[in-house]
Ligand binder design. Structure first.
Ligand SMILES: NC(=O)c1ccc[n+]([C@@H]2O[C@H](COP(=O)([O-])OP(=O)(O)OC[C@H]3O[C@@H](n4cnc5c(N)ncnc54)[C@H](OP(=O)(O)O)[C@@H]3O)[C@@H](O)[C@H]2O)c1
Length: 252
């Protein structure tokens, strides 16, 4: 049995990944979907028919959730063709204004879940498989009022790059997907909608298109994929300018 594990599948980009995968990879016979909202995952599983779906209603900030996935993999012994570490959230605000608990949860989900789930899945992955970690353009430079979110995504991009190098000898690719803003639940949940002139001005990406192209990039062996010419230019600018200067225009 060949499976794909997708975290944060209940909305936005995670949901788009599942639908794109169904169209692109008929050889993957079962999807393991992880998120907290069971009803959403059940609705999605109807759209994914005839692909078999297994629902894991889990909070990935909790260690026991990660153990539940490990136990299911150890019991079923499937071949994991793809792991998409997509679940994540952001928060807009000054570090001292935001809840310390929520900021810690952001690190637990955006970094901790990726860090734990990756080796758990890699124990069941073989040549030709891929790990797709959802990072962000936020990983290119520090962003005031999104300090913790940016730091978590810098972690994801750096982690994925060195993971990819480690995995070369196993014939497995790891891709860091670095999208710009998309109109998903992410923006209102982060308190960004209507609260940031920078975000209001930025071009919005289509999550369905991003998912389709990112899947292709992951299986073609790419290291980092940044959708959209505007954001690829930003990546280049952030690479050459001193961070202090870049931060003058990344203010949210
Ligand atoms: N939208 C953007 O502008 C944007 C830009 C760049 C990068 N990204 C990244 O893209 C990824 C997907 O975000 P999105 O835009 O699709 O936002 P979204 O619609 O809010 O989706 C986030 C997903 O993460 C899940 N999730 C949140 N907390 C969780 C937890 N504690 N345990 C398990 N699952 C949890 C949510 O499911 P439940 O609530 O059901 O648990 C949901 O399925 C994130 O990593 C985000 O950082 C987004």
């Amino acid at each position: 049995m060949s499976i794909a594990i997708i975290t944060g599948a209940s909305s936005g980009l995670g949901r788009a990944f599942c639908l794109a995968l169904k169209a692109q990879r008929r050889d993957i016979s079962e999807y393991w979907l992880i998120a907290r909202r069971t009803e959403r995952l059940k609705e999605l599983s109807l759209l994914l028919r005839p692909v078999k779906v297994r629902i894991f209603p889990l909070d990935l900030t909790l260690w026991q959730s990660l153990e539940a996935v490990r136990n299911a993999l150890d019991k079923e012994q499937p071949e994991v063709a793809l792991l998409i570490n997509n679940a994540g959230f952001g928060l807009l605000g000054q570090v001292w204004e935001l809840s310390p608990t929520r900021q810690r949860d952001m690190v637990s989900l955006n970094c901790g879940a990726v860090t734990a789930l990756t080796p758990i899945a890699l124990n069941h992955m073989h040549k030709g498989a891929a790990v797709l970690n959802v990072s962000s353009i936020a990983s290119f430079a520090p962003t005031p009022r999104m300090s913790v979110y940016c730091a978590t995504k810098s972690y994801v991009t750096a982690y994925t790059r060195s993971l990819r190098s480690e995995l070369k000898k196993r014939g497995i690719n790891a891709l860091a997907l670095c999208p710009g803003p998309m109109n998903t639940e992410f923006l209102p949940n982060a308190g960004i909608t209507g609260q940031s002139k920078t975000f209001d001005r930025l071009p919005k990406l289509n999550p369905d298109k991003v998912a389709r192209a990112a899947l292709k990039a992951a299986f073609r062996g790419r290291a980092v994929y940044t959708p959209g010419a505007f954001y690829r230019l930003y990546r280049l600018v952030a690479k050459v300018l001193p961070q202090g200067l870049t931060m003058t225009f990344t203010k949210t």
